[in-house]
Design a protein around this ligand. Structure first.
Ligand SMILES: Cc1cc2nc3c(=O)[nH]c(=O)nc-3n(C[C@H](O)[C@H](O)[C@H](O)COP(=O)(O)OP(=O)(O)OC[C@H]3O[C@@H](n4cnc5c(N)ncnc54)[C@H](O)[C@@H]3O)c2cc1C
Ligand SMILES: *[C@@H]1O[C@H](CO)[C@@H](O)[C@H](O)[C@H]1NC(C)=O
Ligand SMILES: *[C@@H]1O[C@H](CO)[C@@H](O)[C@H](O)[C@H]1NC(C)=O
Ligand SMILES: *[C@@H]1O[C@H](CO)[C@@H](O)[C@H](O)[C@H]1NC(C)=O
Ligand SMILES: *[C@@H]1O[C@H](CO)[C@@H](O)[C@H](O)[C@H]1NC(C)=O
Ligand SMILES: *[C@@H]1O[C@H](CO)[C@@H](O)[C@H](O)[C@H]1NC(C)=O
Ligand SMILES: *[C@@H]1O[C@H](CO)[C@@H](O)[C@H](O)[C@H]1NC(C)=O
Ligand SMILES: *[C@@H]1O[C@H](CO)[C@@H](O)[C@H](O)[C@H]1NC(C)=O
Ligand SMILES: *[C@@H]1O[C@H](CO)[C@@H](O)[C@H](O)[C@H]1NC(C)=O
Ligand SMILES: *[C@@H]1O[C@H](CO)[C@@H](O)[C@H](O)[C@H]1NC(C)=O
Ligand SMILES: *[C@@H]1O[C@H](CO)[C@@H](O)[C@H](O)[C@H]1NC(C)=O
Ligand SMILES: *[C@@H]1O[C@H](CO)[C@@H](O)[C@H](O)[C@H]1NC(C)=O
Ligand SMILES: CC(=O)N[C@H]1CO[C@H](CO)[C@@H](O)[C@@H]1O
Length: 564
């Protein structure tokens, strides 16, 4: 239907290898979502599935499976993407860990010095909002059984509870809980039932009895790796290739990839291509394949196959800030405690006023944000999204801040982290001029309400540590005094804001007119047989950590694909 094209620079270096293999499904990326889909599709022995992945099998790497190793991530299995300088944050850049291994980001050592993966779903209303945004069939009750498919819940033993508490018992286990209760934030007995508000222990993905971290490779690939109809090919996919089509929809017939020897090769798909390359790469592979914003494609000399300006937009992420305290305790362990708070917990009697003033500004924020995307997302579409988020925060009362209570750094110094769970600010990820580095522009705090919520979360943190019994354990002051002005908060937060690794939204599941990239069947608009299944399809961020949602999305997607 339209001509194929090649990247000139690739043609100079590589010659196309022989087309050797055809599979029913090609899955691009053996990461968290990709391995779930590979497992589920290959349950049918009549179906052949291949997964393309440049990263290694790391099950024998020292450290990968250790339960609590502190420290950095082995550079050889980390894409380590870098953002462009952020003017709102004094031109600072962020670096993003992202797994480059069988298992993807679920496999690499965790952040925050806690190497176990925290498993938190978020609030039910945050998933119901997916449906309200135009994704029929996607809500908390349809996702709930899919969350459970990836879970084998282990009830903590008495010994484990005791062990988790003893190294830090006086300081964290009891004092923290009591201080929160004094502030009327209750204990949450189970964070994963659809209501996160309260103080709790972080649930984690861990095989307790074997004392190893669970990841997608261990849970979804290793048990089925002997299936003859499932294979993994080592290679970096550069683009989707298109075949003949009788109608307007593009039909993928395979992918081009650079194999382990550095040769450009091709394999064919008889049914579908599923992109599971993660939020940083799935949009970039679409752009390399001619699907995206024509203005951006033209900059790279790529002919537009599908005019889809939402590709790469709508990037969202969690951005933590923190205070450090010197305390009377000598801390030697980790403190896996967390609290989730609502707007009312943060703003108290001022909540109604904050809701009203921000509500009146949604339309103008939508205008500004639309302009920042060069019109890729329309003001109307953004205002609709902002209204849904605003209702979640101020009417449905979802939790809006995660207070990662205390994380031990060293000796007597602890840091208390806080962040906004569901930011309004949107960034973008697009094809870069260096093929291994996409252009990542997270753009945090670009909507005033995010700053106001983060400031409120910070003030709540100060209030917590000024409440007995925690107060009695502090020696030093926080970085900011409790009477700091909004301007002082602005300076503090923009100079110290950090990044988490919960990037979503860059191939958002939304109606096409709302800047969506995939429909509710995860099919890329304008194509007949290309889907995206990974964190990038998640339309709005949740109070949980993205990994839990990725497993559930991938389980639900597998069912959709199997249904045809
Ligand atoms: C350090 C760190 C700590 C985290 N901690 C937590 C946590 O505690 N709890 C939690 O819930 N979430 C956590 N997350 C987030 C969670 O891991 C991710 O949201 C989730 O794993 C994303 O899954 P995915 O399938 O979208 O992408 P990934 O799992 O990243 O998989 C993408 C795969 O695609 C491959 N790929 C990329 N480009 C290509 C290409 N061109 N061709 C072929 N393959 C390609 C990659 O190598 C990778 O294997 C953390 C993330 C990181 C990085
Ligand atoms: C696989 O194919 C065989 C032969 O066509 C058929 O009998 C069988 O039902 C199929 N199995 C599945 C799970 O589709
Ligand atoms: C880091 O990765 C390399 C493989 O690229 C491996 O040989 C090495 O053992 C790893 N180091 C650790 C400490 O795991
Ligand atoms: C995980 O962290 C430990 C401790 O720092 C380190 O020894 C190990 O190499 C890391 N694993 C990987 C795969 O980076
Ligand atoms: C950030 O970088 C831009 C472009 O280089 C420059 O104009 C601006 O002055 C810089 N801002 C700060 C705070 O350094
Ligand atoms: C969730 O979706 C299902 C299937 O479309 C529907 O039956 C159900 O009513 C929805 N639930 C909510 C709470 O919207
Ligand atoms: C769940 O965990 C239990 C206890 O560790 C184990 O016996 C069981 O086999 C696991 N179930 C699955 C489906 O993996
Ligand atoms: C703190 O604990 C560590 C480890 O148990 C110990 O080595 C150190 O001496 C202690 N420091 C103080 C000041 O008690
Ligand atoms: C409410 O607003 C008033 C006036 O700005 C301020 O003094 C007070 O601290 C605020 N309360 C909360 C809980 O933010
Ligand atoms: C949300 O909180 C407000 C203020 O506390 C309360 O009036 C309202 O009933 C709550 N809504 C829900 C859905 O719980
Ligand atoms: C592309 O980015 C990679 C990773 O950051 C770097 O190693 C390489 O030198 C860059 N290539 C060019 C041509 O800038
Ligand atoms: C804020 O409180 C500190 C003491 O904690 C005091 O020195 C300072 O003057 C106060 N600033 C304002 C603006 O009230
Ligand atoms: C087409 C193909 O390779 N099919 C194989 C898939 O795996 C089953 C066993 O699970 C084999 O019997 C099929 O031949």
């Amino acid at each position: 239907m339209f001509a194929t094209w090649f990247h000139l620079q690739l043609l100079l270096v590589f010659s196309i290898g022989v087309i050797c293999d055809t599979f029913d499904y090609i899955i691009v990326g053996a990461g968290t979502a990709g391995l779930v889909v590979a497992n589920r599709l290959s349950e049918n022995p009549n179906i052949t599935v291949v997964v393309m992945e440049p990263g290694p099998d790391v099950r024998d790497f020292p450290g990968v499976q250790a339960a609590f190793p502190p420290g950095a991530i082995n550079a050889s299995i980390d894409w380590a993407y870098t953002s462009i300088p952020q003017p709102r944050l004094s031109n600072r850049t962020f670096q993003y860990h992202a797994g480059r291994a069988i298992g993807g980001s679920s496999t690499i050592n965790g952040s925050f010095r806690l190497s176990i993966t925290k498993y938190i779903r978020g609030d039910a209303a945050q998933y119901d909002a997916w449906e309200a945004l135009g994704n029929e069939g996607w809500n908390f009750s349809t996702l709930f059984p899919n969350f459970k498919l990836s879970e084998n819940y282990t009830i903590p033993t008495d010994a484990q509870v005791a062990a988790g508490a003893t190294s830090i018992e006086d300081f964290h286990g009891h004092s923290g809980k009591t201080s929160w209760e004094t502030l009327d934030v209750p204990v949450n007995e189970d964070l994963n039932g659809g209501d996160t508000r309260g103080f709790a222990l972080f649930p984690s993905t861990l095989d307790r009895d074997a004392n190893v971290r669970e990841d997608a490779a261990r849970a979804y690939y290793q048990p089925v790796e002997d299936r003859p109809n499932l294979s993994i090919i080592k290679g970096t996919v550069t683009r989707i290739t298109w075949g003949e089509s009788c109608d307007q929809l593009l039909v993928a017939d395979g992918v081009e990839y650079i194999d382990a020897a550095g040769t450009l090769s091709k394999i064919e798909a008889s049914l579908e291509v599923v992109l599971s390359a993660g939020s940083f790469k799935s949009p970039v592979i679409l752009e390399s394949s001619g699907i995206g914003n024509p203005r951006i494609l033209a900059e790279h000399g790529i002919e537009t196959g599908v005019d889809l300006p939402g590709v790469g937009e709508s990037m969202q992420n969690h951005h933590p800030a923190s205070f450090s305290f010197t305390t009377t305790n000598n801390i030697t362990g980790q403190a896996p405690y967390v609290a989730y708070a609502t707007a009312s917990d943060i703003f108290g009697d001022n909540t109604t006023a904050v809701a009203a003033s921000s509500s009146s500004l949604l339309a103008s924020w939508a205008q500004t944000a639309s302009a920042a995307t060069g019109g890729a997302l329309s003001p109307e579409a953004l205002e609709t999204r902002y209204r849904v988020l605003h209702d979640l925060i101020f009417i449905k009362n979802v939790t809006i801040t995660e207070q990662s209570y205390v994380v031990a750094t060293s000796g007597s110094v602890v840091s208390a982290g806080f962040r906004v769970s569901e930011p309004f600010s949107l960034g973008s990820i697009h094809l870069g001029f260096n093929s291994s580095q996409p252009i990542v522009d997270p753009n945090p705090l670009s909507i005033d309400l995010d700053l106001q919520l983060l400031t409120g979360a910070g003030r709540l943190t100060q209030k917590l540590w000024a409440t007995q019994p925690l107060l009695g354990t502090i020696i030093s002051e926080t970085e900011l005094s409790s009477n700091a002005t909004d301007d002082e908060w602005n300076t503090f937060l923009t100079s110290s804001l950090n990044t988490a690794y919960h990037v979503i939204g860059t191939c958002a599941m939304l109606p096409q007119a709302s800047g969506g990239v995939v429909d509710p069947k995860l099919k890329v608009y304008g194509t007949q047989n290309v889907r995206v299944v990974d964190a990038s399809v998640i339309p709005i961020l949740m109070s949980g950590h993205s990994g839990a949602a990725v497993y559930a999305v991938a389980e639900m997607a597998s069912e959709i694909i199997r249904a045809g």
